[in-house]
Ligand binder design. Structure first.
Ligand code: PCA
Length: 219
């Protein structure tokens, strides 16, 4: 049975919750028993600190212990209006706010010896389509930003490079309770995210070739 490792982040930036943590807990505890949602893989979870360096180090330790087939990082992106499957991670840390331990790197290479960028090795279009077909707003995103999530995605792909294992990252919007007093922010209900993520994870596990559907943007 394939082993899937899902990571979520602790809260950051003044928030008291991080939807990524709520989501991975539900994904592990939820009933996947209906035919559409049947689960034929092991799910493992890891909560990560929103800290440059330490987040990747923790993940690396667990990957060595667990030997997962697929690693998917999940994080909050408050400006997003849809589940956002990231296409690429770039080799730079440029932090708009300090991380949860006060580090605020500017234009620092994540791995000075590494490539400028890594593409996700997940079947991102298949994943997008699976969630869209289930009625959940889902897009391909061409930038994971330059904060800890991009850092983690680069780290995942750096660790898995040269192996058969695949990995990538998904950004998710705020939960409704996070935007009750914020103007101009979208949010997505946890149940809707859960439905989309189940389809996304299942599509990642099928291991077939990716599908050719449009995921590009003009800007
Ligand atoms: N989102 C941040 C880091 C942790 C999280 O959940 C980001 O997008 O970089």
């Amino acid at each position: 049975m394939k082993k899937i490792l899902l990571t979520g982040f602790e809260p950051f930036g003044g928030e008291t919750i991080n939807p990524s943590l709520e989501l991975i807990k539900r994904l592990q505890n939820d009933d996947w028993s209906t035919a559409e949602e049947g689960r034929e893989f092991e799910l493992h979870l890891l909560q990560l600190p929103v800290v440059f360096g330490k987040s990747v180090a923790r993940l690396k330790t667990l990957i060595n212990e667990l030997n997962p087939d697929i690693v998917i990082g999940i994080g909050q992106a408050g400006s997003r209006t849809a589940l956002s499957i990231e296409r690429v991670a770039i080799n730079v840390d440029d932090a708009r706010i300090a991380d949860n331990e006060g580090d605020q790197p500017i234009d620092r290479a994540i791995n000075p010896a590494g490539p400028a960028a890594y593409f996700s090795t997940l079947p991102i279009k298949r994943m997008m389509k699976a969630a869209q077909d289930a009625g959940v707003p889902t897009i391909i995103s061409n930038s994971a930003g330059t904060y800890v999530c991009n850092h983690l995605m680069y780290g995942i792909l750096d660790i898995l490079a040269g192996t058969e294992k695949i990995g990538g990252f998904i950004h998710i919007p705020f939960l409704p309770e996070q935007v009750v007093n914020k103007a101009n922010y979208a949010s997505m209900d946890l149940e809707v995210m859960l439905k989309g993520l189940k389809m996304i994870v299942k599509a990642a596990v099928t291991g077939e070739e990716d599908v050719k559907v449009v995921g590009g943007t003009l800007d």
